[in-house]
Write a protein that binds this ligand. Structure first.
Ligand SMILES: [Fe+2]
Ligand SMILES: [Fe+2]
Length: 179
């Protein structure tokens, strides 16, 4: 039977290890997952968020129709939050010792979602494009969170907090489609 008594921290070993490779900053020997893989996954999250920012920004400007003001305001708010997600992922890449990848030449191929803009700028079509994109990132981010497991709690919490906002975005869009 597992009890809390089983948890023994070898503080002496951890103190010795912490003193080694100080240049790695927050990345210590207890980091439980392939760091380069996490950096690469986060760089694809950055690409995804930038593409979502581009799409929402484009749609906010293009929106036409009777509910234009309300939908445009929602797209603008989502766009801001997508850019914030990109910046938070970039900050984490940097903490892990990687280079945040904002390279525009590879953004679209790295992103999980498409930069879809309906030709006629019809509100419902734009709302559906964005809802599809949100549903895709909700699934891919859930997969990332499951893969991270308990190995990198900080990246996991970052992704969980972003996921929570993507779920709110999807919910907002469903409400707007329904009105
Ligand atoms: Fe996002
Ligand atoms: Fe979103």
């Amino acid at each position: 039977m597992t009890t809390t008594d089983d948890f023994v921290l070898d503080v002496t070993r951890i103190r010795d290890q912490a003193r080694q490779r100080m240049e790695k900053g927050p990345v210590t020997d207890t980091y439980g997952v392939d760091k380069d893989r996490v950096i690469s996954i986060l760089n694809d999250v950055i690409a995804t968020e930038v593409v979502c920012w581009l799409r929402y920004t484009r749609h906010a400007i293009a929106a036409t129709g009777i509910d234009r003001a309300q939908v445009s305001a929602e797209f603008t708010e989502h766009a801001k939050e997508e850019m914030d997600h990109a910046l938070r992922a970039a900050e984490r890449v940097s903490q892990l010792g990687g280079d945040p990848d904002f390279d525009p030449t590879t953004l679209a191929e790295r992103a999980h979602t498409d930069y879809a803009t309906p030709a006629d700028h019809e509100l419902k079509a734009m709302l559906e494009n964005n809802l599809l994109a949100e549903r895709i990132v909700i699934s891919t981010y859930q997969e990332i969170i499951r893969w991270l497991g308990d190995h990198d709690p900080t990246t996991r919490r970052l992704m969980e907090s972003i996921l929570e906002e993507e779920e709110e975005h999807a919910d907002d869009l469903v409400d707007l489609i329904g009105t």
